[in-house]
Design a protein around this ligand. Structure first.
Ligand SMILES: [Ca+2]
Ligand SMILES: [Ca+2]
Length: 183
């Protein structure tokens, strides 16, 4: 289920007055809150853990599917490990130098029930972002944020950082959808 569909589903449930708890499904009744634990970094990218934690926290707060609290106050938490950040050449120029790169990010995420001390899910999530070897991502003819539009106004900044953020956003959305699907 993608994010817009999960939003739609939430909207419909709220409209019909049944509220979010009606589709909690198998989620134990004692799980009412979630915290994002410190992200473990197994890569050489120093910024990726902070970015990951920020993105996940922001999205969970915005989507408001479960109460987000600080660590130590929640009855469940997300334990995220960034396993791999790797860059692969995607396209080459006629002179055979790399024209476009793809940064792939792989994470392992455990949604942990802290009351009963067991995992609710333990899954791998990955995402990618594309960026040019040089130049401006606002005019590189690449859809850097994978939203189906090329070189629109929100493609700007450091090309590789932007690609990393794009990959993390995809992973974040997948984590949120997995939490919803686990209910
Ligand atoms: Ca785009
Ligand atoms: Ca672009």
């Amino acid at each position: 289920m993608d994010l817009s569909r999960s939003k739609l589903l939430l909207g419909l449930l709220l409209l019909c007055g049944c509220g979010m708890y009606s589709f909690r499904g198998n989620l134990p009744a004692h799980i009412n809150s979630i915290a994002v634990a410190g992200v473990i970094n197994q890569t050489a990218e120093f910024t990726v853990t902070d970015l990951m934690r920020e993105e996940v926290t922001d999205l969970f707060v915005t989507e408001n599917i479960i109460r987000v609290t600080d660590e130590g106050l929640s009855d469940s938490n997300l334990q995220i490990t960034v396993n791999r950040v790797s860059d692969q050449p995607l396209t080459y120029t006629v002179g055979e130098s790399v024209q476009e790169w793809r940064v792939n990010i792989t994470t392992q995420v455990v949604w942990h029930d802290l009351i009963k001390n067991r995992p609710l899910f333990d899954k791998s999530f990955s995402g990618f972002g594309d960026y040019p070897a040089g130049g401006d991502i606002g005019s590189d003819n690449i859809d850097n944020d994978n939203d189906g539009e090329i070189d629109e106004e929100d493609e700007f900044g450091d090309p590789r950082e932007f690609a990393i953020l794009t990959a993390l956003r995809k992973i974040t959305e997948d984590i949120l959808n997995e939490v919803v699907a686990t209910w």
